[in-house]
Design a protein around this ligand. Sequence first.
Ligand SMILES: *[C@@H]1O[C@H](CO)[C@@H](O)[C@H](O)[C@H]1NC(C)=O
Length: 470
Amino acid sequence: MLSRPGVLLLLCLVGAVDALYKQWIPDTNYENKTNWDKGDVPCSSDRAHFPAQRKVSVFVETTHAVQEMRLPVEGEFILLSGAGFYVTSEGEPGCGAGVTTNFKDSEGLRWFDPALWQAAATLNELQQGNFLFSVHEESVPCQYDDVVFKALSSFRVDTSSSQPSSPVHTVSLLGKVFNSPSEFSQYLSSHSGHLQFHGSSAITVGNPSCDDPSGCDCGNSVNHEQICSMVTCAAVSCKKPLLPVGHCCEVCGVIATIHYSAGFNLQTYRERIRHLFLILPQYKSVQLGMSKVSKSQRFMGIIPFIASPEIQVVILDKEDGRQSEALAWDILKDARSHGSNLGITGAEFQASSGNSSDQSDGGAGLVVGVVFGVLLMITLIIIMFVLIRKGHVRLPPMPSLGRFRGSSELPALGGPLDHGFDNPMFDKPHMPPEDNGLYGNETNNSIHLTQTGVHFMNPVYDESETDFNA
Ligand SMILES: *[C@@H]1O[C@H](CO)[C@@H](O)[C@H](O)[C@H]1NC(C)=O
């Protein structure tokens, strides 16, 4: 029985390949109130001014009456059919006395600003507003993404980059999809192209799409500094803030890691998690971003190496990570019970509260434990040695060692470090008293623990022959 929505989805989406649609949010539309400094589109008694030195491509959808209009030195109006301007002396009802209103400057809006993009898995979801959360690097278009500028709109974007060009799969603007590199570069050199795209490097289209169902590396790590220079990080208040790969800021929440094998499909899995969990009321405020990453790790904490790629799931919420942790457990349980069907070979998580999934893979833990134990012992021995040398710790006087104490020509090794102890097996009362006279004091402590090891005093031999430490 296909009773679970996730199973149904799995069947529908087999073959889907991971690539996202990234839509540029700002526009330079005449009808968008936010583009005017008075917060309103100019009406018939207003004076509409465009900054003289700014280059701008303005999209106009309808007809507008104005008192006066000042145009920039270089610019264009893209008029939808039927749109236009006229001047009238008759006041419109509700327009008021008339003000001067300026078209806002869009010069500083940058392609690499993660806040200016929305992402969705399909064009349909983009239109419905089902946006996906991503780490900062992946909020900006990745090399295999489809870039969308809203159909009935114009824009101005600064594409300056430290790289010579920024490749993407396709760009669609004004309702036209560009996937041929030559056609798009021709558009860029057109009048509109010049007004919409500016900056030191260019966007190129025609980059192959991601053909690995388990996802592809976004490719924006080369732009990490540039992307993060646009981001202001909020203060975090959790115990152990986490820094996801590809993100600019530390976060409170959970990072889950999914290990996969052949048969894993990132897009299918993303949909599965959404339909199984994210739609539940308790996870309403949760943000979840999923991407393929290659973490560089350190073997035994020292030698860096690049691990095989894995799926990073970043989960954030508005309650300092509490819901994120609950969701991480749900995801782990799902991965453990259905992992073989999904191509998942393992899953674990780390939460900013300090909690984590228990890793049953104890191999690494055991090694770390043993190394730690050995280090701890060495440290203790060194501390003991130093304390004894400095005289902070004195060993209780032993009858057998009596003759060494105060003897200046004897090295410290044979002196206070000689941790002689009374072995109950050779307890004094069992020793015949006359033995003392025969074998000397040493027989009272026939086992010695020294820095170099345990050695025995064989009463048969002379002390000077057997004590190799002396
Ligand atoms: C107007 O512009 C703002 C900011 O650039 C944008 O968020 C909003 O979606 C635009 N409004 C419309 C109706 O497109």
